[in-house]
Design a protein around this ligand. Structure first.
Ligand SMILES: *Cc1c(COP(=O)(O)O)cnc(C)c1O
Length: 222
């Protein structure tokens, strides 16, 4: 992808985020754009870095480990977030590699992350992922189990900053976003990781602090 295209796509997404934020009486700077670069190689990512994007997201530890150390070398201010499911046996690697983890969703993972953080001294921001549509195939803690998992995470010393969800596809995401926003308020959490290419403006009007946009920035994944 030529860099002018990456630049114009980035500018367009930023403008749409800013417009949605302003419409909702929010500050555009209160919304972080995470460029979801999963499946895209360094050649596709570099134009976005050159255009000024600094926050990226990946869904697999192995893929991120292969791509990001080299890309970050020239730009130490880059931040990489994990947005995909995390196996407990990869907790240590994830804690060392990522600046934020959006998929904390079960007690065994909380324990593995707490141990990895204590051992490594690194403490990436944690989002608790909620299975907001109660879908069996999806990750995330059940809504009813959120308070207990949150208490457990806090007791284990995880720096929990917010909630994350991926609502069901093919239906209006707004009610799911609103439910997650309410759960976050009830939990005294400021962070809200919601909104993807098709619905990030809706997410921003409902309070997203982090939107996760892949396709609209990079084009379709193979
Ligand atoms: C892939 C992915 C995204 C980005 O989705 P797009 O529709 O390409 O914007 C966001 N969040 C998660 C958890 C993902 O896995």
């Amino acid at each position: 992808m030529p860099s002018d295209t990456a630049q114009s796509r980035l500018a367009e997404i930023q403008a749409r985020i800013a417009r949605a934020a302003t419409t909702a009486g929010r500050k555009p700077t209160d919304v972080a754009l995470i460029a979801i670069s999963k499946t895209h190689d360094a050649e596709a990512i570099r134009p976005l870095i050159d255009a000024g994007q600094r926050v990226f997201g990946e869904n697999r530890v192995q893929e991120a480990a292969a791509k990001w150390p080299a890309l970050r070398e020239a730009h130490p201010d880059i931040r990489v977030h994990l947005v995909g499911q995390l196996q407990s046996n990869k907790a240590r690697e994830a804690v060392e590699l990522f600046d934020a983890l959006h998929s904390v969703d079960r007690p065994s993972l909380v324990a593995a992350l707490a141990k990895a953080m204590d051992e490594s001294g690194r403490r990436p921001d944690c989002f608790i992922q909620v299975n907001i549509g109660d879908e069996p195939q999806k990750g995330g803690v059940a809504v009813a189990d959120l308070p207990a998992l949150l208490a457990e995470s806090r007791a284990a010393g995880l720096p929990v900053v917010g909630l994350m969800a991926v609502p069901p596809v093919g239906v209006d995401a707004a009610p799911y976003f609103a439910l997650l926003a309410k759960l976050a308020r009830d939990s005294a959490l400021d962070g809200l990781s919601i909104g993807m290419s098709d619905d990030f403006e809706t997410a921003v009007t409902i309070g997203a602090t982090h939107v996760r946009v892949g396709t609209a920035l990079f084009g379709a994944r193979a």
